[in-house]
Structure formats: structure tokens, C-alpha cells
Design a protein around this ligand. Structure first.
Ligand SMILES: [Zn+2]
Length: 425
């Protein structure tokens, strides 16, 4: 699978699932949501879904789900809910709180003496407190509770991104660097020779992946849980309040994010200096550990604030993973982006067959550059397929693994039996 590494590549919308440039990126929030949700008892899972039923987007999330042997409806909904506060950010929505996503503790090298945030009633700590309060009150408006649960899932994630808990002040940034948003670094090696820098904040946001694919991020969550069991994370018992968590993040921002004040950056993308070797690798290790902490803490928060609701059980439709035999395997091109890494049958009409020296490209349903779906045959296999131009204007079924290439779904065809021409309608 070919994917770009940094979040700058991930800001373009993709069908049903929205990408976002804010905070961990949608990929990171989904990992943390999945990690948290899988820790919960069946009763608590039922309560989470019950509360989310009040959320204004619940029906749309439910509709967007495709039965899948690896990811049940309940988990899918919680993963979608994790991104909603970013999706409505700066939209003017009644639930939009653009400043709840961070806390700007000023940090000043070289001493980095602690200073409080200047906006204690409009930051991530305040947002979490508001969410806790709404969830504790079983008589609160169901829509508000749904929205605030979505915020809780999101904000616990945000505050574990170290650069969400600081703003660097120095001679270059007398008004602060807004959590690394105004400082550019170049994360590529000299050999890669990319000159344009990226925002330090954006680099951190992208460390937990850049895909909007729920299944990929679900698998990532399972992997992180296995790598970081609760007992491997002593902070879980040492630091138990949101304020503690924000201070952990602040420390990590200073040490790993800004290298104790020694990080070289620039105010312009064009002049961004290269990061030291291993910077990104170390940062990713920190991000993954933070994601694990966030997942467990999110589960603990939910347990604490929802525990006194009525016990219930989830309806079968939310938890019953469809048996593999019942899972939909034949899909249209519009759905293909929901099934990355899966073997599926994709149906569509061939609108063009472009034979180039090293590659043949078959476009389904919409011509390039806006292709709905692309099938690719590499040179080594082309001879097996005969005259592919005959496929033009035919309805076909293509069977194979769906991969993501430049943010669009494609399928690599290696043998002719992967193509079936359907009778004309
Ligand atoms: Zn956010």
C-alpha cells in the first residue's frame, strides 16, 4: 500500500469519511476512540451507544456503516463520533467550541518554568469538565449529552497530542507559536531532497496515520493495545486527572517536541531546516504511547461518568459482527474507499482503457482525473489479458484487493479471471 506519511497529504476530503487537518488528524482520533471503546464492558458499550443516539449525526453514521467481519456498528459509530468536534470546528454550529481542543500553557526556554494558561474557561480542560458534567446528568437534554460524549472522546485524544498543551514563547515568537502551528520544520532526509517544510504541529498530528479508513485504524488500535497493556503504563495510576494529563503532554512537548529548546525551525515553509535524524521516529514512539494512555483514560472516564445510567444491553445489530458469509462482497465504485485492504468485487462501467508503455489503466464510472475507481495492470501481466480496449463501455465486475493510491481506491489486476463482463442491461 502506498500512502503518504504526513498529515499535509491528508487534508483532502474522501467520500463519506471526512479528513481533517486539525488535531491528531482523523486517523489518530479514530485509533484512540477504538482503543477506549474496546476496554468497556458490554453494559457500558450499550450506554455509550444509547447516549450517542441523541447525537445530531447518529443516523448518518449508522447509514454510512457497511457490515464488516472486523468492525461492528457500535465501534464504527464511536470512531465517527471521535472526529465530529473537528468536523464542525469553526463552522458556527451551536456545539462548535474551537478553543476547547487545546490548552496553551506558555513555555519559555531555557528554564521552561510553569505558567498557567490565560484562558481557563475556554480550553481543553474546561471542555472536558463540561462534557463530564453533561454526561453525569442523566436528565440533561439527550442531544447535548450525545454531543458532549463525542467531545469527551475527541478531547481526551487532543490533550494527549503533546503540542496541544503548550505555546512556545521566545524572541521569534513573542506572541507564542500556537502549539507549533507557526514553526516549520523539514521532516525529510537530505536524500529525499524535499525543500518545503511542514508545520511542526501538523507533523505531530499525522504521527498516528493519515488514513480515514476505520478498519485500518481499528487494527492499529488492537496492535497498540497489545503493545501497551495497562500494566506497562505506570502513569495510569500516577496521573489520574485531566490537569495531570495536560502537564504530561506539556513535558513531552518540551522534551521531544522542542528538544528542550534546541529544535531548529523557521517561520516560513521555504526556509525550514531539516529535523535531526530520528526525530520523527522518536516522536512517533511517543505518539503511540500517548494514544495508548488516551485510550485507557477515555475508557476510565466513560466508566466513571456513565456508570450510574440504567444498565442495558446493546441491540444485536450493533454488536453482531456479520458472519463472513453474510458480509457484502459486491459493491459499487462509490463504496470502494470503505474497503481498503479487503478482497471485494467491484462493479461499474468501464469509461476508458488507457494503454501506456508500462501500465494499463482502466477507469470505472467516471473518466480521469476524477476517476471513481481505477484498475491497474502492470506491463509484466498485460499480455495475459488480450485486447483490453474491448472493455470500453461494458459493465464489469472486478475481483481483487482494494488499495489506496493518491487517496483513491484502485485494484491491481494480475490475471484475466479477475475481470467478468456483465451482460448489457
Ligand atoms: Zn480537536
Amino acid at each position: 500500500m502506498r500512502r503518504c506519511i504526513f498529515t499535509v497529504c491528508a487534508v483532502i476530503g474522501l467520500g463519506l469519511v471526512q479528513h481533517n487537518a486539525f488535531a491528531w488528524g482523523s486517523a489518530g482520533h479514530m485509533v484512540i476512540a477504538a482503543e477506549g471503546f474496546r476496554q468497556l464492558s458490554p453494559e457500558l458499550k450499550a450506554q455509550v451507544i444509547d447516549v450517542l443516539k441523541g447525537h445530531p449525526e447518529f443516523a448518518d453514521w449508522k447509514k454510512a456503516y457497511h457490515p464488516n467481519p472486523n468492525l461492528d456498528l457500535a465501534t464504527y459509530i464511536v470512531m465517527r463520533a471521535s472526529n465530529w468536534p473537528d468536523e464542525i470546528r469553526n463552522s458556527g454550529d451551536i456545539y462548535d467550541h474551537p478553543n476547547w481542543h487545546f490548552v496553551d500553557y506558555p513555555i519559555r526556554p531555557p528554564a521552561f518554568t510553569f505558567e498557567p494558561d490565560a484562558s481557563p474557561t475556554n480550553n481543553v480542560l474546561y471542555g472536558i469538565a463540561q462534557a463530564e458534567q453533561a454526561l453525569s446528568d442523566t436528565n440533561a437534554n439527550p442531544e447535548l449529552r450525545g454531543a458532549m460524549l463525542s467531545y469527551l472522546v475527541h478531547l481526551v485524544g487532543d490533550m494527549h497530542q503533546p503540542l496541544h498543551c503548550e505555546s512556545l514563547f521566545n524572541d521569534t515568537y513573542p506572541k507564542g507559536d500556537r502549539g507549533g502551528n507557526d514553526i516549520y520544520v523539514n521532516p525529510t532526509t537530505a536524500a529525499q531532497n524535499r525543500q518545503q517544510g511542514v508545520r511542526l504541529h501538523g507533523l505531530w498530528d499525522g504521527l498516528l496515520g493519515s488514513t480515514a479508513d476505520t478498519q485500518t485504524q481499528w487494527k492499529y488500535a488492537v496492535k497498540l493495545d497489545a503493545r501497551f497493556p495497562r500494566k506497562a503504563l505506570p502513569e495510569l495510576t500516577q496521573h489520574t486527572t485531566p490537569v495531570d494529563w495536560s502537564l504530561e503532554s506539556r513535558e513531552l512537548a518540551i522534551k521531544v517536541g522542542y528538544l528542550d529548546g534546541k529544535l531548529q525551525g523557521s517561520t516560513s515553509a521555504d526556509a525550514a531546516p531539516r529535523l535531526p535524524e530520528n526525530y520523527t521516529k522518536t516522536a512517533k514512539a511517543v505518539a503511540e504511547r500517548q494514544a495508548a494512555l488516551a485510550g485507557y483514560r477515555l475508557a476510565d472516564e466513560i466508566e466513571h461518568y456513565l456508570k450510574f445510567s440504567q444498565p442495558a444491553l446493546l441491540a444485536a445489530e450493533y454488536t453482531n459482527l456479520a458472519p463472513a458469509s453474510a458480509v457484502k462482497h459486491v459493491i459499487g465504485t462509490a463504496e470502494a474507499a470503505n474497503f481498503y485492504d479487503e478482497t471485494m468485487t467491484v462493479t461499474g462501467k468501464v469509461v476508458s482503457v488507457s494503454v501506456r508503455p508500462t501500465i494499463t489503466i482502466i477507469s470505472l464510472d467516471k473518466p480521469a482525473p476524477g476517476n471513481a475507481f481505477t484498475a491497474v495492470i502492470f506491463d509484466a501481466n498485460t499480455a495475459l489479458f488480450g485486447d483490453l480496449s474491448k472493455l470500453t463501455n461494458q459493465n464489469v465486475e472486478l475481483n481483487g484487493s482494494i488499495s489506496e493510491y493518491h487517496k483513491r481506491p484502485e485494484m491491481i489486476l494480475e490475471t484475466p479471471n479477475q475481470i467478468k463482463v456483465l451482460p448489457a442491461k
